[in-house]
Ligand binder design. Structure first.
Ligand code: ADP
Length: 494
């Protein structure tokens, strides 16, 4: 796996490098600074009473004169024990009177007495740094004791501890094998932590990487193929990335479905516009043709012929009217809130009324129209006007597609808390391949359009939509040449 700088893994590793680097540098600075202070503290505590013992042992000042011999002796003995120690004799105001450091190196003439007072007061937190006589800007740990002469303070013995040995942290570090070893071990630890971090990031970024690759594939498929995250299943132990993956996966499925639906709706809309314009144009052209003929031929036309033409024009006019009415009806039913009034009514009575309405038409066509109803007339719940429309459409179709001598039977069947209505005919039947499509808008088995006797192909679409609004469905069984049977059920209402 490569570490692309713009990958999530690359960024995490870069952040880890910066973090570990910052931890490393700050811990080095902290450790060295603390070590130096600790050394100073130990040094100052160890030599806390050094100045005091020196003053007690030797008679350094007598009145206003310095006992140079005693001072020289004290300097020398100290130099032997620890060459890093410098001894200064100060007067009561802090002015340097004498010192043990090599001549020319001392750069201050006075030493500030505030740290001296703090030291003598005791109880202060060590280390206490005093002014370094060798460095006008420097401070060092020290030991100090007042020099008294006959009960009067005549000055201080100011002992600078450690010389220049602890001046810089770098020197502290360079001078200590233990510190160097510890720093090495710490550095190795940090490098190991960095390597372990980089490896764990490979593992942690595995799922975001997979998700990103799957999304890329989804994009490449032009949002046609939904995301497939193998083995990415809902689990109570899943984290945010798992949830993200599952959500994106289901979103992609929905997107694919909706894109397909949109495409389908778009093509259905185009088909519908084409069908409507065709269905409107055909009767309009015929209507215009007949009316023009009547107008042109005028008195030359035999009265029966003239009447026939006007009758045909009227038929096409009615067909146009029926078509626009059905279109309007379907549009109303397909709106978000179709007007519906659910009530309890007797399906038997309604079916009888509708059958009665078509009895004359059936007789005219030489078709027997029968009814089979059980004795107990239980009520159903629904919109009576819409269910009437369903029965009308189904009986109308049965009449339209059943030849003379055929039979249509409307039967009602009770059971399972519902009442089913079945309209069976002995008509021409429907090819099995056509069955799934007959409920589509404008679908007709015979594709030729324009015959004024034919329906517009909206009747069954209206039936299906009305039953859908009643949470019901329409079922169809048909055998070509034998007959067709439509069936739907409504809930009984007590
Ligand atoms: P149409 O107005 O053309 O009758 P429908 O939506 O009512 O439109 O019906 C769609 C198609 O289903 C019809 O064109 C017809 O071919 C077929 N169909 C409907 N009912 C019957 C039936 N009872 N017998 C045979 N075919 C039928």
């Amino acid at each position: 796996m490569t570490l692309a700088p713009r990958s999530l893994h690359g960024k995490l590793v870069a952040a880890l490098v910066v973090l570990i680097g910052a931890i490393g540098v700050s811990s080095v600075i902290l450790t060295l600074g603390t070590t130096r202070m600790y050394l100073e503290e130990v040094n100052q505590k160890l030599h806390r009473s050094l100045a005091e013992s020196l003053v007690a042992d030797s008679d350094l000042v007598r009145g206003t004169t310095i006992n140079h011999a005693a001072l020289e002796k004290a300097f020398r003995s100290l130099m032997i024990v620890n060459p890093a120690i410098e001894v200064y004799l100060l007067d009561a105001k802090g002015a340097i009177l004498a010192f043990s450091a090599p001549p020319g190196k001392v750069r201050r003439t006075h030493i500030g007495l505030a740290p001296v007072a703090a030291f003598l007061k005791g109880g202060e937190a060590f280390p206490i740094r005093g002014e370094d006589p060798r460095d006008p800007a420097g401070y060092k740990v020290f030991s100090v004791a007042p020099v008294m002469d006959g009960g009067v303070l005549s000055g201080y013995l100011y002992v600078v501890l450690g010389g220049q040995a602890y001046d810089s942290v770098v020197r502290v570090f360079q001078g200590s094998y233990i510190l160097r070893l510890a720093a090495g071990v710490a550095a190795a630890g940090l490098v190991l932590a960095l390597a372990a971090g980089a490896l764990s990031f490979v593992w942690l970024t595995r799922r975001p990487r997979r998700l990103s690759a799957a999304l890329e594939a989804f994009k490449k498929s032009d949002f046609q193929e939904p995301l497939r995250l193998e083995g990415w299943r809902p689990s109570p132990h899943g984290d945010e990335v798992d949830n993200l993956g599952l959500t994106v996966e289901s979103m992609s499925r929905r997107m694919v479905r909706q894109i397909a639906q949109l495409r389908q709706a778009d093509s259905a809309r185009r088909d519908m516009v084409a069908n409507i314009s065709h269905d409107l144009r055909t009767p309009l052209t015929s209507l215009q043709g007949y009316l023009e003929t009547v107008l042109m031929k005028g008195g030359d036309l035999a009265p029966e012929r003239r009447e026939h033409y006007i009758e045909l024009a009227l038929k096409h006019c009615q067909r146009l009217g029926q078509l626009t009415e059905e279109l309007f009806e379907l549009a109303k039913l397909e709106s978000d809130r179709p007007p519906m009034h659910i009530e309890s009514f007797s399906l038997e009575e309604l079916a009888q009324d509708v059958v009665q309405k078509f009895r004359l038409e059936a007789e005219k066509r030489g078709i027997t129209l029968d009814m089979q109803i059980p004795g107990d007339a239980s009520a159903v719940a629904g919109d009576i006007a819409l269910i009437e429309r369903v029965l009308e459409n189904l009986i109308e179709n049965a009449l339209r597609y059943t030849p003379a001598g055929g039979r249509i039977c409307v039967s009602l069947i009770h059971g399972d808390g519902q009442v089913a209505a079945q309209i069976t005919d002995t008509g021409r039947g429907i090819e099995h391949a056509e069955l799934p499509h007959i409920f589509e808008r404008f679908y007709r088995v015979e594709k030729a359009r324009g015959d004024a006797a034919e329906g517009a192909g909206l009747g069954l679409a209206i039936v299906r939509r009305i039953l859908q609004l009643h949470d019901s469905a329409i079922e169809v069984e048909s055998e070509p040449g034998v007959g067709t049977s439509f069936r739907f059920a409504l809930p009984a209402s007590g």
